[in-house]
Design a protein around this ligand. Sequence first.
Ligand code: 5GP
Length: 298
Amino acid sequence: MVDSTHPPEVDRVAASRKAIAARRARASLKRDVATRVITPQEMLRRAAADPQSAAGTMRVTEFLTSIPAIGEGKRDRILASLRISPVKRLGGLGSRQRAELRAFLDDRLPEPQPRAGRSRLIVLAGPTAVGKGTVAARIAADNPGILLSVSATTRAPRPGEVDGVHYHFVDDAEFDRLIADGELLEHATVHNSFRYGTPRAPLEAALADGRTALLEIDLQGARQVRAAAPDATLVFLLPPSWDELVDRLVGRGTEDADERARRLRTARVELAARSEFDHFVVNDDVSRAAAEVVALAG
Ligand code: 5GP
């Protein structure tokens, strides 16, 4: 006979394994909110969709303190003003509480709203190691009609890279000339070393022909395109989770501790820029992410 008050040892082990996995999943999600891989509103949506999920079983107190700029004092004031008990879990909020928490977040941390107008000039940016190059290459391979801009750079070609195909490899004097003659739509020094820039002419020709043009550039470049071509569609590529980005950034373990820490700091700063973008696409699967970016083109 099974005694329900004393579950067999195997059940207890399984239950404790499950509890550990659930705690890990919640910790991982909190890192995603802290690093802005997901917005607090996205977490609320996930909790509402499945109260048993990692988001749904997270305490509202843990959720709030994972949001950048909310400490324990602020958290307690928010909970008091929204009349939410600190022991509540996100999936267990009443509909009034959920709506008020949502309104509070929308007011303080608005999510970017998709822009009304569509443009055929698409800028793909995102944190280092998120896979921008791979997604851009897939878009170009699957959509011969889309122009993938070929940047000018002062860095040397890597093995297998072809001048005019992967980059226009130029020296500093030629890069200076391109800037002086207004031939670059934007340009930036990336990773404090080499200069990269987007040639203006092929882009303008493609757009004039009614084609879509795709730029895969860094954040500084994306901001310059926003200023130069305000109707451009800015797409931010996100990792599926912060933990996954960390794996991709430092996974090979070839860097020393300082270098790893530096890369992680950079990734946090880069992720903080997501709110400047019109759309975000999660790179969980290259083909799917590529198709989603293409669907955003006007
Ligand atoms: P890599 O040297 O590894 O090919 O590229 C390094 C970085 O330069 C990537 O983050 C890439 O997005 C960025 N990049 C490539 N071309 C351009 C460009 O034309 N302008 C800007 N601003 N960044 C670029």
